[in-house]
Design a protein around this ligand. Structure first.
Ligand SMILES: Nc1nc2c([nH]c(=O)n2[C@H]2C[C@H](O)[C@@H](COP(=O)(O)OP(=O)(O)OP(=O)(O)O)O2)c(=O)[nH]1
Length: 137
């Protein structure tokens, strides 16, 4: 089966986490953590910084690897590295590829329709976030 390796950012800001809605492709309208496929020669950290600049036009700092999920989709196997990441102060995300975005409180994480692979990431977040959403425990 085809395999793809992706990096995603769990962007946190003032106790909220960013969910973005895909604007194109097979998973159009599904909600995800922004990011994309690794390129040859790139580290996961370089990949996530590049992808977020391309998709949201902001600079981020990947602070910790929250989790790596493995998921079998009908057409490929996905490996996704999810980085707990800070966004530089005073930066506003610009939706260059997504059709919508929401800054969710930890208690609102179930309010959007996540892509299948993301359910495991959301579970992991719920276990690790403190109620204020300010830090990983
Ligand atoms: N970015 C991202 N992709 C996810 C998530 N969950 C999930 O199943 N995926 C899947 C959807 C896509 O098949 C794949 C990511 O590919 P992508 O299309 O975003 O990658 P890319 O930006 O490099 O895009 P492209 O140039 O190939 O269009 O991973 C997620 O939370 N974030």
């Amino acid at each position: 089966m085809k395999r793809i390796e992706v990096c995603a950012a769990i962007l946190h800001h003032e106790g909220r986490i960013l969910a973005t809605q895909r604007g194109y492709g097979d998973f159009k309208d599904g909600w995800e953590f922004p990011g994309g496929k690794m390129e040859p020669g790139e580290t996961p950290e370089e990949c996530i910084v590049r992808e977020i600049k391309e998709e949201l036009n902001v600079d981020i700092v990947p602070e910790a690897l929250l989790t790596t999920v493995e998921c079998d989709y009908p057409a490929f196997h996905l490996t996704m590295h999810c980085f707990w990441s800070a966004i530089a102060a005073n930066e506003q995300v610009e939706l260059l590829e997504h059709e919508a975005a929401k800054w969710l409180l930890p208690s609102e994480l179930d309010a959007v329709q996540w892509l299948p692979a993301d359910l495991e990431v959301v579970d992991c977040l719920k276990k690790r976030l403190n109620p204020q959403g300010t830090a990983l425990e």
